[in-house]
Ligand binder design. Structure first.
Ligand SMILES: *Cc1c(COP(=O)(O)O)cnc(C)c1O
Length: 360
């Protein structure tokens, strides 16, 4: 068996110990005589798996007691619609900050449900930075302020939490949740699809302050009504049971590692290896402003796009996969989520150096 270093933006690398444990428990979970996939979501075994996953996530992120944790389906893309459906609460407007391709998708979906005020945008600067809060034009009547706190395609990350006063802050944290400690109490709602930094595709985590619940638009599908799902432990319908189980194993892996402060140290060391190299060569280039660079998704370009194909071939030949940039921006992108070991980033930098020596 050979495992590659997988730099995919998502679905993405998972911790090897988690995959091994899932394999060992595949046919018979803890003496139940069945795999987790085959269990009733209402049986005592799965209820215990689900409760442990929630408890571990609460501990890892320090989620206050007045926040609900939901494990839903539909991906972050469903949240682009269900956030306005649930959080407008009689209001007609919402503020959005546009920092990249995922912000744009969230904005166009929200426009089906409310008037969107784009409070700030870096689009004319090719999404190379996060606009400073002093330049934002927030609407005090907005139901909420939405940010994409890590833009997976552009590699732009908020390293600070905006101050939105009494207006709830909503963040799409799909690609950097659990990468470092986050102060949940500063947010009204956090959502994240699992397949970047949590587990397999199919689970979406929503962390929501409980005073925001209970005023969903009447057209809201029942399975996407946060209050209904919160009252039913995310089991108003059948949840993505196997995905929740794997997410739970990832939470335990993070706890064993020492938690999110420890994870942050490791992630900073990994990102520094790559950024330091990008900054000291003329051959490669990072398009993102230094203060706003993502620790998770690192796009870069080669001196000439003519070399892109050869670069991909050379990295593949060295067991480094999925480095091609998103089709909308081109170039390369290394996604180095929690589960990417530092050895993977070391191997990448070594191949990049060698490539520069040959083609520079
Ligand atoms: C991947 C991603 C999404 C979309 O996730 P789906 O599961 O495809 O709906 C949304 N926002 C961000 C920041 C992402 O990285």
């Amino acid at each position: 068996m050979t495992r590659v270093f997988n730099f995919s933006a998502g679905p993405a690398v998972l911790p090897e110990p988690v995959l091994r444990q899932a394999a060992a428990e595949m046919l018979d979970w803890h003496g139940s005589g069945m795999s987790v996939m085959e269990m009733s979501h209402r049986g005592k075994e799965f209820i215990a798996i689900h409760a442990q996953a929630e408890a571990d996530l609460r501990e890892l992120m320090g989620i206050p007691a007045n926040y609900k944790v939901l494990f839903l389906q539909g991906g972050a893309s469903a949240q682009f619609a269900t956030v306005p459906m649930n959080l407008l609460r009689g209001k007609t407007k919402a503020d959005y900050v546009n920092t990249g391709q995922w912000s744009k998708k969230a904005i166009s979906e929200a426009k089906k449900y409310c008037k969107v005020n784009v409070a700030a945008s870096s689009e004319t600067a090719s999404f190379s930075h996060v606009p400073k809060q002093a330049q934002w034009q927030l609407d005090p009547e907005a139901a909420y302020v939405h940010i994409t706190s890590n833009e997976t395609i552009g590699g732009v990350e908020f390293h600070w939490v905006p101050d939105t006063g009494n207006v709830p802050l909503v963040a799409d944290m799909s690609s950097h949740i659990l990468s470092r400690p986050m102060d949940v109490s500063r947010y009204g709602l956090i959502y994240a699809g699992a397949q970047k930094n949590i587990g397999p595709a199919g689970v979406t985590i929503i962390i929501v302050r409980d005073d925001l619940l209970g005023q969903a638009l009447p057209v809201t599908p029942t399975v996407f009504d946060y209050k209904v799902q919160a009252d039913n432990d995310s089991m108003s319908n059948t949840p993505a049971t196997y995905g929740i189980y794997i997410a739970g194993l990832v939470f335990q892996w993070l706890k064993q590692l020492g938690g999110l402060a420890e994870m942050e140290q490791i992630n900073r060391a990994k990102a520094a290896l790559l950024y330091d190299y990008l900054d000291q060569t003329e051959f490669y280039h990072s398009p993102v402003a230094r203060d706003d660079r993502s620790l998770m998704n690192i796009p870069f370009t080669l001196r000439s796009a003519d070399l892109d194909k050869t670069f991909i071939e050379e990295t593949e030949a060295n067991g480094l996969t999925q480095l091609k940039g998103h089709r909308s921006v081109g170039g390369m992108r290394a996604s180095i989520y929690n589960a990417m070991p530092i050895e993977g980033v070391q191997a990448l930098v070594q191949v990049m150096r060698e490539f520069e020596r040959k083609h520079g």
